[in-house]
Every structure is written in structure tokens, then in C-alpha cells.
Design a protein around this ligand. Structure first.
Ligand code: AHM
Ligand code: MG
Length: 336
């Protein structure tokens, strides 16, 4: 296959963007470069997951005599390590760690940003070779540079994000990130080991024909959600139903597909999980930001996800996200 060498790499793209903003310091470009590097390392391990019988199962010792870590712990350590040793991040919050981690060395304390991560979302799918992903969110700190970051820097509503993104380790590895200037996708070009711009200026189609929800929970959903699902299955759905149901159970893949093709993804509250399952800070906020920048909508069923004032790193929320017109139709059922 002939590779187009004129395609911009992630670094070239972020630097080009930075050059067009007067006064930009390049710190966000540096941060995205760090995240891209960690993602490449995680990608290598994810691709080896099928060799687990040869290389050793988590918690055992592999043939080289090294202890094998669970992939989600490995991923967490990669993202944390790269950001801790970099110069662009003052602290992180992660699904894999109970509390925020503050980078309190001189250089990190002077950094402008904090990051939130789900290092390996959908990790229950690893054993069966289904795509999994990393989700991240970037905030500008609110405390003084030069001091250690505090909970106030992390617990900001999603509308204060300056960037958010995800990586899918799938049939190809793709990194998508959004800033207020737009959403762009970069596919890992294995021949040069670089993420290269493959999906410039992603726009979420205003409507679509895909709905994604866990049907196994149907009888635990509220009547409004059940009625909307019935509408999706009926001929009278607004975009000419019935819609197609697609649910991988790996949110990065489900939301990515709907972002590109048009559709709606839902994880409502259920009886067993009255607050929903998905986590606000590192699952819902980043996707809400990305999808909104691309022209879509994200709510918890009553309000915009991005306007929720967080109270804890691991709090959960019901989550509805997708094409604008489909979200409007959903809302008409939820408010009936
Ligand atoms: P995880 O963070 O433990 O991997 O869980 C999050 C995942 C999402 O990727 C996915 O949308 C959801 O859980 C699937 O949950 P369910 O199997 O209950 O439908
Ligand atoms: Mg997760």
C-alpha cells in the first residue's frame, strides 16, 4: 500500500494548530503528544493480549520471568508514568486509582493542566478480542501554578474542559481528540509508528438510524426510556424507523461509531444502579465534550452532562449521547 507521506502526524497537526493561536505556549500540544506516546505503548500490549497463554496470565510470571500485570493496570501506569515524567501535567485522576494523584515536583507543579483518565475502558472485552479504549479529559487548573494541585482543580464541570479524547484499540488504532476548534481523528500508521490525521473535522450527523443500549436491562428502564426504545423499533421513528440496534458493550467503540455514522447511545439508570453505571469525570464528560463540539448533544436525561457540578472523582451518571435530532426525540419521551 502506498502511504501518503504528506498526511499530518498528530504532533505536526497540534503544532500547526498551536502556531495559529497567538500567545499559545505549546503545553497542550505537549500534553497530547505525551498521551499519544502512552497510547502507542498500550496498543502494543493490547495487541499481545491474545498471546496471554504463551506470555502468562495476569498475576503470573511470564516466560521472561516478569510479573504480568492486568492490562488496565498496565495502561494506567503508562499514562501516569508518561505524564508524571513529562512537563505538561500537574496531576491526574483515573478510574484505576481511588484518589487524585498530585505531581508535586518543581516542574509538574508549574504545569497548567490536570487530566482525567479511564485508561482501558471496556476491559471486560479483552479476553474476547473486542475493541477497547482509553478515554481522557483535560482541564486547566484553577489554583496557582507553582503550588500542588488540589481537588478543586479536578472537580470542575465538564464545560470547563479544554480538550478531551479517546483512543480505540481495534481493527486499527485511532486517537480522536477535541478542542473548542474541532474534533479530529488520527489513525496509527504502524509503518512509521505515528498517529496520522485520517478523520479531519469530524461532524456528528444531525440524525441517524442506530440506537445503542443494553436491552437486557429493558424492564428496569423508566417508562419514558422504554417508550423511546419502542419508537426506535417502530416504523414511525422520526428518521424513518425501524432503527438498527448496535451495542458492543465497549463505549468507546459504540460512541465512536455513532459519532461517525449518526446515532444515539444510552446508559440509563436501572434498579440495580440508580445512578447509572458510567462515570462522569472520565467516561461521560469527555464524550459529552467531543460529541457537542461535533454538533451532537449529551445529557443525563434531565440536564446537559457538561453542566453537572462534580462532587467526586468516581461519581456515576445516567448517560444519553448522540445525534442532535435523535436526542431531541428522546427528550420528548423523557419529559412526557
Ligand atoms: P468499565 O469501565 O468497567 O469497562 O465499564 C464501562 C463499560 C462501557 O464501555 C460500556 O458501555 C458499558 O460498560 C457496558 O456495560 P453493560 O455490560 O452493563 O451494558
Ligand atoms: Mg470504564
Amino acid at each position: 500500500m502506498a502511504i501518503n507521506r504528506r498526511v499530518l502526524t498528530l504532533d505536526e497537526f497540534t503544532i500547526q494548530q498551536m502556531r495559529s493561536i497567538p500567545g499559545a505556549t505549546g503545553e497542550l500540544s505537549g500534553l497530547l503528544r505525551d498521551i499519544g506516546l502512552a497510547a502507542k505503548r498500550v496498543n502494543v500490549e493490547v495487541n499481545k493480549a491474545g498471546l496471554v497463554d504463551i506470555l502468562g496470565d495476569a498475576g503470573t510470571t511470564n516466560v521472561q520471568g516478569e510479573e504480568v500485570k492486568k492490562l488496565d493496570i498496565f495502561a494506567n501506569n503508562q499514562f501516569m508514568g508518561v505524564l508524571r515524567h513529562g512537563i505538561n501535567c500537574a496531576g491526574i485522576g483515573s478510574e484505576e486509582m481511588d484518589d487524585f494523584v498530585i505531581f508535586d515536583d518543581e516542574i509538574s507543579m508549574n504545569s497548567k493542566y490536570v487530566c482525567m483518565f479511564d485508561p482501558l475502558d471496556g476491559s471486560a472485552n479483552i479476553d474476547v478480542n473486542v475493541s477497547i479504549g482509553t478515554i481522557f479529559s483535560v482541564f486547566k487548573r484553577v489554583t496557582e501554578r507553582g503550588t500542588p494541585v488540589t481537588a478543586a482543580d479536578f472537580l470542575q464541570p465538564g464545560n470547563r474542559q479544554v480538550a478531551a479524547g479517546y483512543v480505540i484499540y481495534g481493527s486499527s488504532t485511532i486517537l480522536v481528540y477535541a478542542t473548542k476548534r474541532g474534533v479530529n481523528g488520527f489513525t496509527l500508521d504502524q509503518s512509521i509508528g505515528e498517529f496520522s490525521l485520517s478523520h479531519p473535522d469530524i461532524q456528528c450527523p444531525p440524525t441517524g438510524k442506530i440506537y445503542s443500549v443494553n436491552h437486557g436491562h429493558f424492564f428496569q428502564y423508566t417508562p419514558g426510556v422504554q417508550d423511546y426504545i419502542h419508537a426506535c423499533q417502530a416504523k414511525n421513528a422520526s428518521n424513518g424507523g425501524p432503527y438498527t440496534q448496535r451495542y458492543i458493550g465497549s463505549m468507546v467503540s459504540d460512541v465512536h461509531r455513532n459519532l461517525i455514522k449518526g446515532g444515539i447511545f444510552m446508559y440509563p439508570a436501572i434498579k440495580d444502579k440508580p445512578g447509572g453505571k458510567l462515570r462522569l469525570m472520565y467516561e461521560c464528560n469527555p464524550f459529552a465534550y467531543i460529541v457537542e463540539i461535533a454538533g451532537g448533544v449529551a445529557t443525563d436525561g434531565t440536564q446537559r452532562i457538561l453542566d453537572i457540578q462534580p462532587t467526586g472523582l468516581h461519581q456515576r451518571t445516567p448517560f444519553y449521547v448522540g445525534s442532535k435530532l435523535m436526542m431531541e426525540e428522546l427528550n420528548s419521551y423523557l419529559t412526557k
